[in-house]
Design a protein around this ligand. Structure first.
Ligand code: FES
Ligand code: FES
Length: 153
């Protein structure tokens, strides 16, 4: 066991864990932040997506030891940023979710895209979102919500 202090949604959080424990486990099981979901556990579905210094990362594949001093933002904290707030509002307006399981990851991926590319075209959206799987097939509404958050619709 090692003691790690990480920055999560703007607060310093200290945990005692094995160095290879995935960040997703730390967030969900130790910090009670259950918005990030476990889907595949092998980096293939995007349900566990969080931000590390603004970049979208798969927290199921990120050992706690690799987080260091990077700022971790989860779905619970994304509404604190202007872009995150716009994405959340667009998601509600377009009524994107069906079962909802994938949606925290979708929102985190979309917010990371819009931070880098404020006015993405459909091809850029599809490329950025391709690793986020939705078994309910809400892809069209996801794309519309991203365009809306970008001010295009
Ligand atoms: S649970 Fe992390 S990518 Fe699927
Ligand atoms: S809304 Fe059900 S998996 Fe995406």
């Amino acid at each position: 066991m090692t003691t790690y202090t990480i920055d999560v949604n703007g607060a310093a959080r200290t945990v005692d864990v094995d160095e290879d424990m995935p960040l997703l486990w730390v967030l969900r099981d130790l910090l009670d932040l259950k918005g990030s979901k476990f889907g595949c556990g092998v980096g293939l579905c995007g349900a566990c997506t969080v931000h590390l210094d603004g970049e979208a990362v798969r927290s199921c594949q990120m050992p706690i030891a690799a987080v260091g001093s990077a700022a971790v933002v989860t779905i619970e904290g994304i509404g604190e940023s202007a872009v995150g707030k716009r994405v959340q509002a667009a998601w509600l307006e377009v009524d994107v979710p069906q079962c909802g399981y994938c949606q925290a990851g979708q929102i985190m991926q979309a917010a990371a895209l819009l931070r880098k590319t404020p006015k993405p075209g459909n091809a850029e959206i599809d490329t950025a979102m391709t690793g986020n799987i939705c078994r309910c097939g809400t892809y069209d509404r996801i794309r519309r919500a991203i365009q809306r958050a970008a001010g295009r619709r």
